[in-house]
Design a protein around this ligand. Structure first.
Ligand code: ADP
Length: 581
């Protein structure tokens, strides 16, 4: 009885205090793709919960920001924490939002100094698998999944804290001639031979015809695998015609970025029980006395690990984010920004070379014509160019065919006054995509608008004035386009898909520059995805697929051929590595 009354008094005393000590406060920070908005709950002046109400960050790249980093903020009651490399700005967005919430509630957070984010995982120093895959981009995931489905025990090593590589931040489109969508839309006349011809021509006939033929003859079956087995959702009513292609043939994933396929690959890997070891940087290929590759040495947090395998698949991507390496092979590209993921540094090419691999075509480096003039990242919201959007220079004039190859357009832009250009389109073209171009890539569009490199205008003159372009000249350019569109010709630049008249509705105009995007050169492989040595002989046990390889695309890769390269040669690499005894 006595006990009960003491408890009641305590409760009566404590409960109102607790209630009074609980405060909720809202705060905002700026992430990579817009605002990060949180509601933070403070108990007795300490963070007890963070509810993320709004964020537009890449769900895969920033996954750990909203899980591990968030937990670490709560645990340490501090925002003085390290950011995740590969998601630095997203991390800062969350840290700033929480700090802002604390300021709004007049609460002082702990000032513990910069801390390392803690992540617990115990990995054995040496492990044995059948197949070791290096790189968790599109090629690595799909090769690992293929090998696992063939019965092999597989591991994926990824040096970054998140998966996806360049595949994730790409548009995710893939060329499939004679696809079910082409058939549904009544697009006739496409076939593998036509796609092969476009691809070889697009690379100035420097791509290996045998590799190109292997890639494209496996396209249809690969498209069915992506759709049926991997459950990647593609738009059923729309295909892209990228520059250099003679027909609309690129399937577009939901959301028109690499998020959809990488999300599905990642889920499949999880379902199949394939371990994906993050922050695990492969540094050396291990060979036995006979010269066969039998494993990989890798480093994580300063510790060395050994992964033994009957086969090793290199799926390490290109080197577009390595400025020094780009300059070494292409001094003329000095000073260019890059669209590429921060892990795209190409160290694995040196690792392969040390193991005897032959590197080829290293000077074939592609710039993508439409990138953000401030950050260099891909401007996917200006994909309206593929549906009739125009390229305009500072003088208000067209200067190149809008569906030319990436290298041709990039060079043309660099040679315009100021070294930049604009993509111009109106509501009619914007609405050809579903959802419209500026909606499907809304956060990118919002950031560009905020940064003054995108204008949505009610009149053409308003758009011209915003960029200090001669409005009369711009009007004259559009009048000529409309007049030629009505006649069904483009006497000026021979637009291969036909010009689209632009008369009314809102006008959209984005400033644009080229940036380094894809490295066509790399490891020499054959049609079996085997890595070849300096004599052209296969190195036993070693396979490669994706952007780290160097023989397929020639001088210039056509749009949406990368996802095809990745997924076709993954199957071959995965299958062959799984069959090794
Ligand atoms: P692809 O399109 O060929 O799949 P991506 O760029 O999408 O290429 O993916 C390559 C992946 O490989 C990236 O996630 C990158 O961080 C990873 N990677 C590169 N080098 C290494 C390495 N030495 N060890 C582990 N992962 C690596």
């Amino acid at each position: 009885m006595l006990k009960k009354s003491v408890a009641a008094i305590l409760l009566a005393f404590v409960a109102p205090t607790l209630f009074a000590a609980q405060v909720q406060s809202e705060g905002t920070g700026v992430g990579k793709h817009g605002n990060v908005r949180v509601v933070v709950t403070f108990n007795d002046g300490k963070i007890s919960a963070i509810d993320v109400k709004e964020n537009h960050e890449n769900p895969i790249l920033a996954e750990k920001v909203f899980t591990t980093l968030k937990d670490n903020i709560i645990q340490s009651n501090s925002v003085k924490l390290d950011t995740f490399s590969g998601a630095t700005i997203s991390s800062q967005g969350l840290l700033k939002a929480v700090q802002n919430a604390a300021q709004n509630a007049k609460i002082k957070l702990a000032d513990a100094g910069l801390k390392k984010i803690s992540e617990d995982s115990v990995i054995p120093a040496e492990q044995t698998f059948d197949v070791v895959v290096i790189g968790a981009g599109g090629a690595g995931f799909s090769a690992a999944i293929e090998a696992k489905m063939k019965g092999a025990n597989v591991v994926i090593l990824e040096k970054m804290p998140s998966v996806g590589g360049n595949s994730l931040i790409s548009g995710g489109e893939i060329n499939i001639p004679q696809s079910w969508v082409q058939e549904k839309l009544g697009i006739k006349g496409d076939n593998p031979a036509r796609h092969i011809a476009d691809t070889l021509k697009g690379g100035d006939y420097m791509g290996d015809p045998e590799m190109v033929t292997t890639m494209i003859t496996h396209a249809k079956e690969t498209g069915e695998w992506l759709r049926g087995v991997m459950k990647v959702q593609y738009d059923q009513n729309y295909v892209f015609q990228f520059g250099g292609h003679s027909i609309k043939r690129a399937l577009t994933p939901v959301g028109q970025t690499g998020v959809e396929p990488i999300k599905k690959f990642s889920a499949k890997a999880k379902e199949l029980g394939i371990p994906v070891l993050l922050n695990m940087n492969a540094t050396e290929l291990i060979k036995d006395d006979s010269g066969r590759v039998i494993g990989v040495k890798a480093v994580s947090n300063g510790k060395t690990y050994t992964f033994n395998g009957k086969g090793v698949i290199l799926a390490t991507g290109g080197f577009g984010a390595n400025k020094k390496m780009v300059e070494k092979y292409r001094p003329d590209l000095k000073g260019y920004m890059t669209t590429d993921a921060p892990g795209t540094l190409g160290e694995a090419l040196a690792m392969a070379e040390k193991a005897g691999a032959q590197l080829v075509n290293m000077n074939y480096i592609q710039t993508y014509p439409n990138c953000d003039p401030i950050s260099g990242s891909l401007q996917l919201f200006v994909d309206a160019r593929f549906d009739g959007g125009l390229l305009i220079n500072q003088e208000g004039k067209r200067f190149v065919e809008e569906l030319e190859r990436r290298d041709v357009i990039s060079n043309a832009i660099v040679n315009q006054p100021g070294g930049y250009a604009y993509v111009l389109w109106n509501d009619k073209i914007n609405n050809l995509n579903n959802p419209p171009f500026i909606k499907i890539h809304e956060s990118e569009y919002d950031v560009a608008t905020k940064n003054g490199v995108m204008i949505t205008a009610n009149t053409l003159k308003e758009a011209a004035d915003f960029y200090k372009i001669d409005a009369k000249q711009l009007q004259a350019t559009i009048d000529r386009v409309n007049e030629m569109a009505a006649r069904g010709v483009d006497e000026d630049f021979h637009h291969r898909a036909g010009l689209v008249a632009m008369k009314e509705g809102k006008w959209y105009m984005a400033k644009t520059v080229p940036a380094i995007h894809h490295t066509m050169g790399g490891i020499k492989t054959n049609t079996k995805a085997e890595v070849l040595d300096a004599n052209g002989d296969p190195i036993p046990g070693l396979y490669a697929a994706g952007e780290c390889t160097g023989t397929i695309h020639g001088t210039n890769r056509l749009g949406a051929n990368a996802w095809l390269d990745i997924t076709v040669f993954r199957r071959i690499a995965g299958k062959n590595a799984a069959n090794l005894k």
